[in-house]
Design a protein around this ligand. Structure first.
Ligand code: 4AD
Ligand code: MG
Length: 433
């Protein structure tokens, strides 16, 4: 029997007869010879079919096949230096699995983004989307590996929650049986804080939800976040961990998905420079720098996308901005003992204008300070009793962060919009398909 081989592995089978199970991506047909562009979910290859090798009726059926019909072919792997994968297939057998009756809606010509998003279920099959999702897969794999290599424990945090994790402004709420209102998690952080008191070093990876009314290139309504939390870690330890993680992800992706990055047109040299330590600046100095550059911004204002771009475009490495004013940050952040107007937090900004990829802080670990902050932020204390309990029993300083998966994918792939960084994006105006 002819072995079923993945396109990505063909190079190891030069001279052998193999079977490929896939789809017809494109074709160029003629009276005597046809060129079939095939894909199988692992790669892309050209198959050459000469009329003389197969049945005449079958040849004419193949010639008429519409794009994205499914087929199994068998043939001999031939070295071909013009091909990006170094081989092509000389086909001698074709089995048509499903001949599409209608024309495939997505062609090689330009389509508008609304049309493509409307056809996301099919758009996923295109070469560019294939490469992006391959890189996403490598990013997530590298994240998991990084933590497991360092003996962090995976803690799966809940999606339904009664305690607002970030801020009341952009929650999705719903009725939960007799309990009343609950929210879709904006973060799993509070639960990781509980878990790190049991397991020391913990992480999660899962979907999070924000009812963001802003329509930007960087915001999704449903996005994936990886969070880490470590008992006894300080703000300084926390920043070091983030740098190590981001370096690890980027270097592993270059190692394992270089060809995908090249296919996406990514400048890999820029990514190669992403090695710890990363430059750091305090929020206060960042404001001064922006003012010197003529921006109309004052101490206490949050940094906008434009400001982040200016700050982070000075070098190829991500930039860590630390110690923001407490009024523009979440309730759980530990005040800086040297200046209680700021908190021991940091945001990591990706280079090249990709914006904030990591949000982080040391956490308040004293009960009274926490209760005071919850009140200042108008959050209902009764919903946080369990979280306050953590400051009642063996409380310790601890720190953690969250890294947005899609922001990281957008940056590493060099995408100009976050909607292509996730298989099925949920944005302000789209939940279909
Ligand atoms: O900065 P954020 O809001 O931090 C937290 O949620 C903390 N509880 C994390 C923690 O300390 N455990 O979100 C973290 C990251 C951001 O830096 C960004 O990369 C991403 O999540 N993010 C979004 N990505 C896409 N769309 C959105 N609407 C996002 N909001 C945040
Ligand atoms: Mg943030």
């Amino acid at each position: 029997m002819t072995p079923w081989i993945s396109i990505k592995d063909l190079k190891a089978h030069i001279g052998e007869r193999v079977e490929i199970r896939g789809w017809l991506r494109n074709k160029r047909t003629g009276g005597k010879i046809s060129f079939l562009q095939l894909r199988d979910g692992t790669g892309f290859v050209q198959g050459v079919l000469e009329k003389s090798t197969i049945d005449e009726e079958l040849y004419s059926k193949v010639k008429k096949l519409k794009i994205e019909s499914s087929l199994i072919i068998r043939g001999t792997v031939k070295e071909d230096t013009r091909s990006t994968i170094g081989v092509e297939i000389s086909i001698d057998e074709v089995e048509i699995i499903h001949a599409n009756e209608t024309d495939y809606p997505i062609s090689n010509k330009e389509h508008g983004i609304d049309f493509l998003m409307e056809h996301r279920h099919l758009w996923l099959r295109s070469q560019r989307q294939f490469h992006i999702l391959k890189v996403r897969n490598e990013i997530i794999k590298a994240m998991r590996e990084f933590y497991l290599n360092r003996d962090f424990k995976l803690i799966d945090t809940p999606i339904f929650t009664g305690s607002i994790g970030e801020s009341a402004g952009n929650t999705f709420s719903m009725e939960y049986f007799d309990y009343g209102d609950v929210y879709l998690a904006q973060t799993g952080q509070l639960y990781l804080e509980a878990a790190c008191m049991a397991q020391g070093k913990v992480f999660n990876l899962g979907p999070t939800f924000r009812a963001e009314k802003s329509k930007t290139r960087r915001h999704l309504i449903e996005f994936w976040m990886n969070e880490a939390e470590v008992a006894y870690y300080t703000h300084e330890d926390n920043m070091k961990l983030q740098e190590d993680l981001v370096e690890y992800i980027v270097q592993k992706v270059i190692e394992r998905a270089e060809e995908n990055l090249i296919a996406l047109g990514r400048d890999i040299d820029k990514l190669k420079n992403v090695k710890a330590p990363f430059p750091r600046i305090t929020y206060t100095d960042a404001i001064k720098l922006l003012q010197e550059k003529g921006y109309d911004i004052k101490w206490g204002d949050d940094l906008g996308a434009e400001h982040e771009t200016v700050l982070s475009s000075q070098q190829d490495k991500p930039l860590i901005v630390e110690k923001y004013p407490k009024d523009i940050k979440a309730f759980y952040m530990q005040p800086d003992p040297e200046n209680p107007d700021v908190v021991l937090c940091d945001d990591m900004l990706a280079p090249e204008g990709y914006g904030e990829i990591v949000g982080a802080s040391e956490r308040i670990w004293e009960k009274d300070v926490l209760i005071e902050r919850l009140k200042e932020k108008d959050l209902p204390i009764e919903d946080y009793q369990w979280y306050i309990d953590l400051r009642e029993f063996g409380s310790v300083p601890h720190s953690g962060f969250g890294i947005g998966v899609e922001r990281t994918v957008a940056w590493i792939c060099g995408l100009n919009h976050i909607r292509e960084a996730i298989p099925f994006a949920r944005t302000l105006y789209r939940v279909y398909p």
